[in-house]
Design a protein around this ligand. Structure first.
Ligand code: A3P
Length: 320
C-alpha cells in the first residue's frame, strides 16, 4: 500500500489516479479512496504525525451522514458532569460542533497535544474524521484505549445531502447538476469515497473489534435517540447512572443536540469553518427519506442496486 514517510512530494498529486470530484474540480485516489487535493495532503500529514492517546475518541463518518450532530452528542455526553446539558452557558449554545470537535485532518501537527475538548481533567480528545479504515493513522488502531464511533446513513439520503451541500460551497465557480453529481457519486468519486467501501470497512471492524469500533446509524439515532445514546455512553465507558436517568439527563442531551436546537443557534447560522464552508450549510432538513423528494425512481433503484451488490455477504443492509 502506498504510504509517504514524510510530507508528500510536490508532484504527489500528479502521480495518483485522478477524476472529477463533486465538491472540488478533481479528486485523487489514495489507498483505494478518493480525496480532494487539500484533504489528501492533510491526510498524509496526519498519517505521518498523529499519535493517538488512550482516552481519544474518533468520530468517523462519510460526509453528510450526521457528523455535526454526533459531534455535538459526543461532546455533550463526555462533558455532562463538568457542564450539565441544561447549563445556560453550555459551549454548544455559542460554538459550532465543528469548533468544539475539530476534524483530525485539519488540526496542525503542532496543535495535536493542545486539543482539549473535555472540560474535566481526563485529557479526553474528541476528533471528527472521514478517513477510511485503511488510511486512519496507525496509532489509532494500535492504541487500545482509543475508541472509534462510526455513523452511517442511508446512501440515498447521504447523496442528496451531499449534492445540496456541494452547491453551498462559497468558492464553487458554477453549480453542479443533480445528474452530474449522481454519476460521480456512483463512480465512487465522493470525498473519502466510494462511500460503500468506507462504510463496509468500519462495519467489518465493528464486528471484528466490538470494543474498539461502534457502528451507528443516522436513522436509528432519529428513531430511537435515547436507546442509541445509552448504547454510545456505554461504549465510551460513560454509562448513565440511575440518578442521571431519573433526572432526565439523556433526554436533555438529545434536546440540546436536536436539529431544531442546533440549527436555530446564532453560532450555527452565521460564520464559516475551513473558510469556504458556511456553518449553516451543515443544517438542511435533517429528515430520514428526504431522497424521495429529489431522486427519480431510476436513480434510487440504481443506488439500491449498488448498495445490495457491495454489501452482499457482509451482513449489512442499508436501504430505506
Ligand atoms: P440533510 O442535508 O439531509 O438535511 P454532516 O454533519 O455529516 O455534514 O451531515 C449533514 C446532515 O445532517 C444534513 O442532512 C443535516 O441537515 C443533518 N443534521 C445536522 N444536524 C442534525 C441534527 N442535530 N439532527 C439530525 N440531523 C442533523
Amino acid at each position: 500500500m502506498m504510504k509517504y514517510s514524510s510530507n508528500p512530494p510536490e508532484d504527489l498529486l500528479a502521480s495518483l489516479p485522478r477524476q472529477e470530484g463533486i465538491l472540488q474540480p478533481y479528486c485523487y485516489q489514495y489507498q483505494g479512496f478518493w480525496h480532494g487535493p487539500v484533504g489528501l495532503k492533510e491526510l498524509i500529514h496526519c498519517q505521518n504525525h498523529f499519535l493517538a492517546r488512550k482516552n481519544d475518541i474518533f468520530l468517523v463518518t462519510a460526509p453528510k451522514s450526521g457528523t455535526t450532530w454526533l459531534k455535538a452528542v459526543i461532546y455533550a455526553l463526555i462533558n455532562r458532569e463538568a457542564c450539565h446539558p441544561q447549563d445556560p452557558h453550555h459551549p454548544l449554545l455559542t460554538q459550532t460542533p465543528h469548533q468544539l470537535v475539530p476534524f483530525l485532518q485539519y488540526v496542525e501537527a503542532s496543535c495535536y497535544d493542545s486539543v482539549c475538548n473535555s472540560l474535566d481533567d481526563s485529557g479526553t480528545r474528541i476528533f471528527g474524521s472521514h478517513i477510511p479504515t485503511v488510511s486512519l493513522p496507525e496509532s489509532i488502531w494500535m492504541e487500545e484505549g482509543a475508541k472509534i464511533v462510526y455513523m452511517s446513513r442511508d446512501i440515498k439520503d447521504t447523496f442528496v445531502s451531499l449534492f445540496h451541500f456541494a452547491n453551498k460551497i462559497d468558492s464553487r465557480p458554477s453549480p453542479i447538476s443533480l445528474e452530474k453529481a449522481f454519476d460521480l457519486f456512483c463512480r465512487g468519486s465522493s470525498p473519502s469515497g466510494a462511500v460503500w467501501d468506507q462504510i463496509l470497512g468500519y462495519w467489518k471492524e465493528s464486528l471484528d473489534k466490538p470494543d474498539k469500533v461502534l457502528f451507528m446509524r443516522y436513522e436509528e439515532m432519529q428513531n430511537e435517540p435515547l436507546v442509541q445514546l445509552r448504547r454510545l455512553a456505554l461504549f465510551l465507558g460513560k454509562p448513565f447512572s440511575q440518578e442521571e436517568e431519573n433526572s432526565g439527563v439523556p433526554h436533555q442531551i438529545i434536546n440540546l443536540c436536536s436539529f431544531n436546537t442546533l440549527s436555530n443557534l446564532e453560532a450555527n447560522k452565521k460564520g464559516n469553518i475551513l473558510r469556504v464552508l458556511r456553518n449553516d450549510s451543515f443544517f438542511r432538513s435533517g429528515v430520514v427519506g428526504d431522497w424521495k423528494n429529489h431522486l427519480t425512481l431510476e436513480m434510487a433503484s440504481k443506488l439500491d442496486q449498488i448498495t445490495e451488490e457491495k454489501f452482499s455477504g457482509s451482513g449489512l443492509s442499508m436501504t430505506t
